[in-house]
Design a protein around this ligand. Structure first.
Ligand SMILES: C[S@@+](CC[C@H](N)C(=O)[O-])C[C@H]1O[C@@H](n2cnc3c(N)ncnc32)[C@H](O)[C@@H]1O
Length: 184
């Protein structure tokens, strides 16, 4: 990030790093909220689903990029849920950013399909959750997958995203950390 002014939610990103140091959790904020905001805008997104809210940094980034969108974001840690809800209310986005408390695998099947954008940022991606996310995304919708270079099960997800048949995918960074994929 070149300057704090380039990211309207830089303070929440910084607060997430401070929180992690105190809480000893895995709330590593995504490194580029403005990219997510631009992707949501480019997709003209009306509905966005996110796995891994932490303190709300990326959910707010998506919501700011797509002013007409609702964001369903899922988080299993009750402390993160409380802090995220506070940050989202303080940003006056609580009418359209909904934090669902619970495990990804439990909450995802309760959501209605037809999302325009889906974001996986809940630790290393695993094939079962990825398959469920695909089912929730409309054809032509955009999936953003973080932590693809974490090895293990993430490698199977990476292979599926680049099979050339079910997704059109590109890596957005030289480390192969994030892929942007369109559902074919
Ligand atoms: C990398 S952090 C998310 C960072 C956030 N997107 C941001 O940029 O600020 C991952 C979050 O996912 C949550 N999480 C991990 N596994 C989960 C699961 N199976 N169900 C629900 N939440 C989970 C963690 O508690 C953590 O807050």
């Amino acid at each position: 990030m070149t300057s704090a002014t380039a990211d309207p939610f830089a303070k929440i990103r910084a607060a997430t790093n401070s929180h992690r140091a105190r809480h000893g959790c895995n709330a590593y904020p995504y490194d580029n909220g403005p990219l997510l905001a631009a992707l949501a805008a480019a997709a003209n997104a009306r509905r966005i689903v996110e796995l891994g809210t932490a303190l709300g940094y990326t959910a707010l980034s998506f919501a700011s990029g797509a002013p007409g969108a609702t964001v369903d974001t899922i988080e299993g840690d009750p402390e993160h849920v409380g802090l995220a809800r506070e940050n989202i209310a303080a940003a006056a986005m609580d009418h359209r950013v909904i934090v669902h408390e619970g495990d990804f695998a439990v909450v995802l099947p309760t959501l209605d399909p037809g999302y325009d954008v889906a974001f996986f940022d809940g630790g290393a991606p695993v094939p079962a959750l990825h398959k469920t996310l695909r089912g929730l995304l409309r054809t032509g919708g955009t999936l953003i997958t973080a932590n693809l270079n974490h090895g293990g099960a993430a490698e199977a997800v990476r292979k599926a995203l680049f099979d050339g048949k079910t997704w059109r995918s590109a890596l957005v960074d030289e480390h192969g950390e994030t892929a942007i994929s369109v559902k074919l």
